[in-house]
Write a protein that binds this ligand. Structure first.
Ligand code: FE
Ligand code: CA
Length: 509
């Protein structure tokens, strides 16, 4: 964080009038804002961008600091400028950091040019945030390529975020984060923890806020957020292990209230649009739906279908059983159909778990874990039905949750490898979260699941995908040791999906 060395605020604003700027004043709150003069930088949790469209994105930060007025909103200025030249301002505005949302800022920037990088930063009084970069998306046509990374499961105590340092060096244009951004557990007492946050298990809004503040204090996580927009979905640990809808595995008392607090804290710390709160801040505070499932199109090269496999999950043992809930299933079916009509080259099904079977020999309906798609085979059949009916050109599935790398083919009949392949799936691993399962045991398991191309339980890391109209190249990147801040990285394996084909192993370099 740097202290602004320009002259006073008035002179600064006057100096801007020579530029073509547009002023946006977005206020989610209704109350008047208060002038707050922090003693130190209020931007200690960093900056982030997300929810990109062809003409804008959401810019995020959260104010922190002593004497932050707990019940009053604070107006924060933001600027969008030419990459690498903060003096060439292209848009600016002011957005209220709402006291009731932990003084988080979700500034919606619109009216920018398509398919272009921008720099941005926030200002409050004399304090200036670090500079972040964001990009708008191509509106039409088929871009020649995109590189994106995917990651999940970043237990802060289980390792350092060396993975993000390496991811940064690979310069992805988007990051897909597919869940377990935080873990709600009490501070770990286990031998493999490398750092301790000393917090109790998260239950209340203040608990979840404190947890995000710890995680977001990490400099490499901050650097990765500042580098490019993230597309984010949650899994279970943003609330409680293995929950489903309003069902707590542990029969936790007042679970609905706890979930509402956890969802609110998630919104407060992610670069999501205010419109994800379907009934505004008041609705969010009353525990209403937070609509994080979303569709993001990168021209006609790729469409990312971001799914929410937790909020609407229904574990009833009858026709109402569903992984996504019927409205979201319908929305996904329509989206896949629309992508086919528009000639989209790559459909990305971005979700939290594993869609291909783990229980191949036992078949559908048996070994029906309610924490996996295996326990929701009707939902999986309806998804496969959409893929068969709409015949999208290519479908890739991205998943997380299990802290293991699995690469597999999804067949029209997921329990018959003689049936046509309808999608290729890449799951995991984790950025840091521990996995105790032995590689030998997993290999025995994989051998009984002949749609599987790779399993690895022992490595932490992330994936990098290079997409062109002709092919997808996927590199599984793994750390030497997540317990070392300066850990090196290697490539566990590379896979290729040629246009119109299913995934195949490329090389183990
Ligand atoms: Fe996890
Ligand atoms: Ca999980």
């Amino acid at each position: 964080m740097i202290r602004a060395t320009t002259c006073g605020r008035r002179a600064f604003l006057l100096g801007l009038t020579a530029f073509a700027t547009h002023l946006v004043l977005s206020r989610n709150g209704t109350g008047a804002t208060v002038a707050w003069r922090p003693e130190g930088s209020p931007f200690g949790l960093g900056v982030a961008s997300g929810s990109p469209t062809h003409d804008g994105f959401v810019l995020w930060t959260r104010l922190m600091g002593e004497n932050l007025p707990t019940d009053q909103d604070v107006l924060v200025d933001w600027e969008v400028f030419e990459p690498d030249d903060p003096t060439r301002i292209l848009a600016k505005g002011a957005t209220a950091a709402l006291a009731q949302l932990a003084h988080s800022v979700h500034a919606e920037v619109a009216g920018l040019a398509a398919d272009r990088w921008y720099g941005y930063r926030f200002r409050l009084g004399e304090w200036v945030s670090t500079i972040g970069k964001a990009r708008t998306l191509p509106q039409a046509g088929t871009p020649a390529r995109i590189r994106f990374a995917y990651a999940s499961c970043q237990h802060w105590e289980h390792g350092f975020y060396a993975g993000y340092r390496h991811m940064l060096a690979e310069q992805p244009e988007l990051v897909l984060f597919v869940g377990d951004y935080i873990y709600e557990y009490a501070s770990s007492t286990s031998a493999f923890a490398v750092r301790h946050h000393q917090l109790p298990a998260a239950r209340t809004l203040d608990d979840y806020r404190a947890r995000y503040a710890i995680y977001k204090s990490d400099p490499w996580l901050q650097a990765m957020h500042a580098h490019c927009p993230w597309l984010v979905i949650w899994d279970d640990h943003e609330v409680e292990n293995d929950y489903a809808g309003l069902h707590s595995l542990y029969a936790t008392e007042h679970f609905a209230k706890m979930r509402a607090a956890a969802y609110q804290a998630y919104y407060e710390h992610m670069p999501l649009r205010p419109s994800t709160m379907l009934a505004g801040v008041e609705g969010l505070l009353r525990g209403q739906e937070l609509r994080i499932y979303d569709r993001v199109a990168f021209g006609r090269l790729a469409t990312f279908h971001l799914l929410d496999c937790r909020q609407y999950r229904n574990v009833a043992v009858d026709k109402s059983r569903s992984m996504l809930g019927f409205p979201q299933e319908q929305w996904l079916d329509e989206g896949i159909g629309e992508c086919t009509r528009q000639g989209v080259h790559w459909n990305l099904i971005v979700q939290q778990n594993r869609i291909t079977p783990a229980n191949y020999p036992s078949g559908a309906g048996k070994n029906a874990s309610v924490d996996r798609w295996d326990g929701f085979h009707q939902s999986r059949e309806r998804l496969i039905g959409s893929l068969v009916r709409h015949r999208p050109r290519n479908t890739l599935i991205i998943g997380g949750d299990i802290h293991q790398n699995w690469v597999a083919r999804l067949h029209r009949d997921p329990y018959d490898i003689r049936s046509p392949v309808v999608a290729s799936e890449f799951v995991g691993t984790s950025i840091t979260s521990h996995m105790g399962r032995s590689q030998k045991e997993a290999e025995r398991h994989a051998a009984q699941n002949p749609h599987t191309l790779l399993v690895n339980t022992e490595k932490r890391g992330y994936g990098v995908v290079d997409l062109t109209p002709e092919r997808a190249e996927v590199a599984l990147r793994v750390l030497d040791d997540p317990r070392q801040e300066d850990s090196g990285i290697t490539t566990l394996a590379r896979f290729v999906v040629e246009d119109g084909q299913s995934v195949r192993f490329a090389t183990n370099q």
